[in-house]
Write a protein that binds this ligand. Structure first.
Ligand SMILES: [Zn+2]
Length: 268
């Protein structure tokens, strides 16, 4: 599956990147955003000391984010899952590619051995991890590939995708999107800044559009587990991610304006 995506990106880069149409040329109604609530089904993701499962937090956040991006910002929004089901990692980006998505946002909650670890970190795909911590997190999030059995991409295929990625426009845009979402998250939540980082995330490999993975907070930290479980705080996080998307767009042609609880679109 992953290898097929790689071949397709060589043969038709124009078509997959929007046939030369810059994202900035699109109106909000023409923008398709795929939101990927991490994990699901048998794959619970990280589990907090009070039993909170990452898969439930990510789904709740994803559904809230969809409402904002769709109802208030006028974007087309698709989710890789809308219920508690297992979806292999490579199918998530394949879905976004098939949908012709302009952006891919994978939502997660973090975990560490230390219960003290806290804060927000936002990732985009890279062959090399920023540091050991980024490498560890990618390894955790990639783990499902191995337990899912039939969908296991060969390591070589993943490496080919990652090497191919270095020169793509989508990769550059991914770093800008990650910066925008990250800054917005920090501003809205006041949480510790763990930085924008790069790591070889399988769920981002093969995406032909700007793609980021947001680690919203640490489920392994009891304080942040409680914070992430609050619907009120989840709404704040969803708002922050949406504002980040709008901020990314703003630097790209002022297609979407974000103004707190009122959102409108305008033509250039
Ligand atoms: Zn996760």
């Amino acid at each position: 599956m992953a290898f097929v995506i790689f071949i397709a990106s060589i043969l038709t880069p124009g078509a997959l990147l929007g046939a030369g149409i810059g994202f900035e040329d699109l109106y909000a109604g023409d923008i398709t955003i795929v939101i990927d609530p991490g994990h699901g089904g048998e794959d619970t993701g990280a589990v907090g000391s009070n039993g909170t499962e990452e898969k439930n937090i990510t789904l709740s956040l994803g559904l809230m984010l969809k409402e904002i991006l769709k109802e208030r910002m006028g974007c087309n929004v698709l989710l890789t899952r809308t219920e508690d089901v297992f979806i292999p990692l490579d199918e998530r980006t394949a879905f976004a590619n098939r949908a012709g998505a302009d952006l891919f946002i994978s939502i997660h909650a973090n975990a560490a051995v230390s219960r003290e670890a806290m804060g927000v970190e936002t990732f985009f795909l890279s062959f090399d991890a920023t540091d050991d911590d980024a490498r560890r997190i990618a390894a955790f999030e990639n783990k499902v590939i191995r337990v899912s059995g039939s969908q296991t991409p060969e390591a070589d295929d993943l490496n080919l995708i990652l090497l191919d990625l270095a020169n793509t426009e989508a990769h550059h845009e991914s770093s800008r999107l990650a910066e925008a979402v990250h800054l917005s998250m920090l501003k809205a939540t006041g949480k510790e800044n763990r930085g924008v980082k790069q790591a070889p995330f399988a769920v981002l490999a093969g995406a032909t559009m700007p793609a980021v993975l947001v680690e919203t907070g640490f489920i392994s930290n009891p304080h942040e587990e409680k914070w992430l479980s609050s619907k009120k705080e989840q709404a704040r996080i969803a708002e922050a991610i949406a504002e980040g998307v709008a901020g990314f767009k703003k630097t790209n042609g002022k297609v979407i304006e974000y103004s707190g609880f009122r959102e409108h679109t305008k033509k250039n």
